[in-house]
Design a binder for this molecule. Structure first.
Ligand code: DAK
Length: 270
């Protein structure tokens, strides 16, 4: 069953709610809530997001999560005021990456619903999500170069794999802002929508995923992500094992039986 207390708990830097999808799995909505600081991501905030996503993974009634910010900013980066002081050794021992690593290993899909600025760590957080729905006026970018550093949460890797070397170099080395249309063109953004529709569209995408059998959804996500760190041969072997695994689920039996009986499947999510 899983404990659902995480949905009613109050957090310091985020707002969390469960969006009911009538009869199918719920969507977990996480809103980054530091409007006075352009939703800058501090350690505590990242810990809260990781805590909620981990709890959603264990919640049998949750199918997919959406992370959003506000109209002005998804997040304008990691909190510069928090990282301005420490030297290399201090920053190393702070283990700032712990929550990012937890998010990276979340099994259920995560959609970023982006309006306004998604810069630095904010842009990296959107790329860490599985899909991005962006307002046509959203502004992405990796401006760390202007602060004397480089992207620190996967930016040089995830951007390069999608955009290719030449475009990633230009974006990271100039630190300029990147439009939603460019991000879409590079395959990083799933969908660009009118400014007043970004959240609605992300929630609608989440609902459509919540209507699918959850074990297959999670193993599909795992298989797609595997393609980023393996050869095609090993990736295909990995996919095959997940394919075989799904043949022992009740949903595989139900899905195929329902097709043959010309009716809608009733997913058990097991
Ligand atoms: N951190 C802290 N505060 C921020 C912030 C940020 N990233 N971005 C904005 N703010 C604060 C501003 O300081 C200001 O606060 P007050 O002065 O009112 O107290 C308030 O938000 C409103 O911002 P502005 O007055 O600047 O608003 P504007 O509309 O004029 O400009 C802007 C909006 C987004 C263009 C501008 O705020 C801006 O350039 N922000 C910084 C963007 C940036 O450089 N982002 C990259 C940050 S470095 C790591 C993982 C990742 C990273 C590092 C480590 N580990 C896991 C170890 C990533 C690093 C970064 O992201």
């Amino acid at each position: 069953m899983g404990d659902r207390a995480y949905l009613s708990k109050s957090y310091k830097n985020i707002l969390v709610s469960g969006v009911s999808n009538e009869g199918i799995l719920d969507t977990v909505l996480i809103q980054i809530n530091r409007p006075d600081a352009m939703n800058a991501l501090n350690i505590e905030l990242m810990g809260e997001i990781a805590e909620v996503l981990k709890a959603a993974d264990k919640d049998d009634k949750a199918g997919c999560s959406v992370i959003t910010g506000n109209e002005k900013a998804f997040a304008a980066g990691v909190d510069i005021k928090e990282i301005a002081g420490p030297d290399s050794v201090e920053i190393y021992f702070r283990e700032m990456f712990a929550s990012w690593d937890v998010i990276r290993l979340v099994k259920k899909p995560i959609i970023a619903a982006v309006s306004g600025y998604a810069l630095g760590g904010g842009c990296e957080l959107t790329m860490l999500c599985d899909m991005i729905v962006a307002s046509e006026t959203a502004k992405f970018g990796q401006p760390e170069i202007n602060l004397g550093v480089i992207p620190g949460a996967g930016g040089t890797q995830r951007l390069t794999r999608a955009a290719g070397k030449a475009r990633a170099m230009e974006i990271v080395l100039t630190g300029r802002m990147v439009t939603s249309a460019e991000m879409h063109d590079m395959g990083l953004v799933t969908k660009v929508v009118p400014a007043n529709k970004y959240l609605e569209e992300a929630i609608s995408l989440a609902k459509s995923i919540c209507s699918k059998p959850s074990v297959a959804v999670q193993l599909a996500k795992e298989s797609i992500l595997k393609s980023f760190d393996t050869t095609i041969e090993t990736g295909i072997e990995f996919e095959r094992k997940n394919f075989y695994l799904l043949f022992s689920t009740e949903d595989k039996m139900e899905g195929m039986k329902a097709f043959i009986e010309k009716r809608k499947p009733e997913w058990k999510n097991k």
